[in-house]
Design a protein around this ligand. Structure first.
Ligand code: NDP
Length: 240
């Protein structure tokens, strides 16, 4: 099968890392579907011939419907990138139920919803690649982010477990753990927080969304035949 007949799905593709990843897969020749919430930004994908589906990844019925539409449109699903994610930072003692639940629902339940919806067609195909976007914070923890770090650590456990469940059917499941990548999410940091972070990055610069996109692109490509259940950091050396 050549890349032109490969079908990819990227969640949270309207901005940042998801947008760069979707563009990279499109450039690699994937037939592409994206999931997002912003109707205007989804229109931009439609203009490129992409199947752009409005859905909230935290809502299982919306995810099931979107995956159904991918299968109806393309007939198969080869590569899935679970990228959609949010932050609601604050110290635990001041964190509201909503801060906790919304982050866990989007970041972790969202990955569960999409994986559950795509695994069945992948099992039938006896092939597939899933990449879940975690974070270095899911490995190291971070003060002020108990909700976000718990969601990302959860993604790592989900990734390793699912990799074991589906390996016998030739489905490879990995996670990437970005460090500090320049997107809307990190632009919210103050200049002081940014400077402090840069001091700890051996490459002395922030990452670009494309840096993560290229790593994800490799993991879902034909070049990856024997890497599964891994958490691969893309962090400029932050976690060395
Ligand atoms: P952005 O805030 O720039 O983009 C997040 C994307 O996710 C947007 O397209 C957003 O869509 C989408 N999204 C959010 N919630 C939902 C939802 N419920 N359903 C569907 N789509 C949703 O973030 P980044 O690009 O920086 O982050 C992408 C991923 O990378 C996240 O999982 C994040 O945790 C992870 N990450 C980022 C790092 C960084 O330094 N930037 C570091 C480590 C991990 P909408 O336009 O609708 O809001």
């Amino acid at each position: 099968m050549n890349m032109l007949s490969k079908v990819g799905l990227v969640t949270g593709a309207t901005r940042g890392i998801g947008r760069a990843t979707a563009q990279h897969l499109l450039n690699q020749g994937f037939q592409l579907a994206v999931i997002g919430r912003n109707a205007d930004l989804l229109e931009e994908w439609k203009a490129q011939g992409v199947l752009a589906l409005p859905a909230d990844v935290g809502d299982a019925s919306q995810v099931d419907q979107a995956v159904k539409m991918v299968l109806e449109h393309y007939g198969r699903i080869d590569a899935v990138v679970n990228n959609a994610g949010i932050t609601r930072d604050g110290l635990l003692m001041r964190m509201t139920d909503d801060d906790w639940e919304s982050v866990l629902n989007t970041n972790l339940t969202g990955v569960f919803n999409v994986c559950r919806a795509v695994v069945r067609p992948m099992l039938k195909q006896r092939s597939g690649k899933i990449v879940n976007v975690a974070s270095v914070v899911g490995i190291s923890g971070n003060a002020g982010q108990v909700n976000y770090a718990a969601s990302k650590a959860g993604i790592i456990g989900l990734t390793k477990s699912l990799a074991k469940e589906v390996a016998s059917r030739n489905i490879l499941v990995n996670a990437v753990a970005p460090g500090y990548i320049d997107t809307d999410m990190t632009r919210a940091l103050t200049a002081e927080q940014r400077q402090l972070m840069l001091q700890h990055i051996p490459l002395q610069r922030t990452g670009k969304p494309e840096d993560v996109a290229k790593l994800v692109g490799f993991l879902v490509s034909e070049d990856n035949q024997y890497i599964t259940g891994q958490v691969i950091r893309c962090d400029g050396g932050l976690m060395i």
